[in-house]
Design a protein around this ligand. Structure first.
Ligand code: ADP
Ligand code: MG
Length: 177
């Protein structure tokens, strides 16, 4: 059985969606192995998102693509179109977002748990997330809208993107416990 890590982010806790989100995970057939509500330490959040150039540029590139898609001027909003600089901004906004209020972190297990949870949450950008998914059903936020306000996309949940990410994130948030 595979394990994955998921987090109910502060916007979802604030909106009273903890029960709804946990239900969707449980209804899928996945098992909750561990779960706790915490206030995140900014140092841990900084470690959740990689500080390497590849990751920063990939996030910056996604942002740049969104601006192109909606024919908006990224330099006017962000002051730069350099993908590395954009990635660094997103990383800083993420620390602010995840420490905005309490969060719920959990370990889920089951057949292909990583892919199943990614399917349940769907696209990073809620306006592009399929109806029936958590992000698609409960948010209309988008990268361009969030970025013009200089903040992270409020997309309710985090989930590991690969088995390796899941191992690292479980160790980071649950330690040896
Ligand atoms: P996911 O959470 O779908 O795995 P990423 O790992 O690419 O997405 O990004 C991590 C988080 O950073 C996202 O969930 C979102 O909150 C935020 N984020 C990503 N891209 C942007 C962006 N262009 N602008 C603002 N926030 C972003
Ligand atoms: Mg990710």
């Amino acid at each position: 059985m595979e394990k994955t890590f998921a987090m109910i982010k502060p916007d979802a806790v604030n909106r009273g969606l903890i029960g709804e989100i946990i239900s969707r995970f449980e209804n899928s057939g996945l098992k909750i192995e561990a779960l706790k509500m915490i206030n995140a330490n900014p140092d841990i959040v900084a470690n959740l998102y990689p500080d390497n150039e590849d990751w920063l540029r990939s996030v910056g590139q996604k942002m740049s693509n969104t601006y192109k898609r909606y024919e908006k001027d990224i330099v006017a909003d962000m002051g730069t179109d350099d993908t590395l600089e954009l990635g660094k901004m997103v990383r800083q906004w993420l620390v602010e977002y995840i420490t905005m209020g309490p969060i719920v972190i959990m370990i889920l297990s089951g057949n292909h748990a990583v892919d199943v949870v990614r399917k349940l949450i769907w696209d990073t950008n809620p306006v592009l997330a399929q109806p029936g998914s958590i992000r698609g059903d409960f948010s209309v936020d988008s990268a361009d809208f969030a970025n013009s306000a200089h903040r992270a996309i409020y997309n309710l949940v985090h989930a590991s993107g690969s088995v390796k990410e899941a191992e690292d994130e479980i160790a980071l948030w649950f330690g040896g416990n």
